[in-house]
Design a protein around this ligand. Structure first.
Ligand code: FE
Ligand code: FE
Ligand code: ZN
Length: 286
């Protein structure tokens, strides 16, 4: 069965229920959200009543609670030696919030070494993950990155080092198709990538896929998402990834850009369900 969702909003008033209602309005059976603004660490209290309402709503509307994903704020940078204590303590708090929300998975950008060098950065991330994962049931999914600036976790080798440096079982990986393209992995031969991933890391570590087209060419190290079928990866390659038999139980999450300030997800998900690209999609938003 196809598990498909998108990035949705979250506000302190409606809590998880608001996110679930938005996801259902796009025809989704899973979704992803930030527990606050992605660029800061201001977080409000979680209302357990709203969370319970949300679970009831999700059950009635065919949304799979155990496939829902939280994305950690991207200012958490475990790789930066100078900000390390803050990053660890905030990530610990975020894991607690994810547990309070009754959700299993937290997607995290591994981090950027900001001049400390790749080896030091990777070791900082491993140390940080071990500190955090010791005390939580949340599973942290490391996202594969495009290689913008000093980002880490861009090659299979780096992801492998990180995953295998962790001493706890609650670690996994989130593939992002735009990031993989920009990092230099050709998504038109995704099956080869998946084979290499399986050999070096293990396919069972993949717990989420961000499905995005890319505005830029292979190996550009840019990280600019494009709507499905409008970028350099293309509709057919993305469909091939979404419907890969080996990844059937894995949630596919769209993080494609809004068109004219409106969410495109309902339309893009229809295209995915019908396996048919609408090259006039953007005109619908004029
Ligand atoms: Fe991300
Ligand atoms: Fe992503
Ligand atoms: Zn991205």
């Amino acid at each position: 069965m196809l598990l498909i969702g998108s990035h949705v909003g979250y506000n302190s008033k409606d809590g998880l229920l608001g996110s679930a209602v938005e996801a259902a309005s796009y025809g989704e059976n899973t979704f992803m959200f930030y527990t606050g603004a992605p660029q800061n660490t201001v977080r409000s209290k979680i209302d357990p009543l709203k969370t319970n309402e949300a679970f009831k709503y999700m059950e009635e509307n065919g949304i799979y609670r155990d496939k829902v994903i939280v994305h950690a704020p991207y200012i958490i940078n475990l790789a930066n030696t100078d900000k390390y204590p803050f990053a660890v303590s905030f990530l610990k708090e975020e894991c607690k919030r994810v547990e309070e929300l009754g959700i299993k998975y937290l997607v995290l950008h591994p981090g950027s070494h900001v001049g400390f060098g790749r080896e030091v950065g990777l070791q900082n991330i491993i140390n940080g993950l071990n500190e955090v994962l010791r005390d939580t049931n949340t599973t942290i999914l490391l996202e594969t990155m495009a290689g913008k600036g000093t980002e880490l976790g861009i090659t299979l080798d780096e992801i492998s080092k990180l995953v295998h440096g962790v001493n706890y079982k609650n670690i996994g990986v989130c593939l992002d198709t735009c990031h993989l393209n920009d990092a230099g992995y050709d998504m038109s031969s995704f099956d080869d990538y998946l084979d290499s991933f399986d050999k070096e890391i293990g396919i069972n570590y993949i717990k989420c896929i961000h499905v995005n087209d890319s505005k830029n060419v292979l190996s550009s190290h840019k990280d600019r998402h494009e709507n499905i079928g409008f970028g350099t990866i293309g509709f057919d390659s993305l469909i091939n990834i979404i419907y890969n038999k080996k990844l059937e139980d894995i949630p596919k999450i769209l993080e494609t850009p809004y068109i004219n300030k409106k969410a495109p997800y309902k339309y893009e998900i229809d295209e995915i369900k019908n396996k048919s690209f609408n090259k006039e999609l953007k005109d619908l938003f004029n």
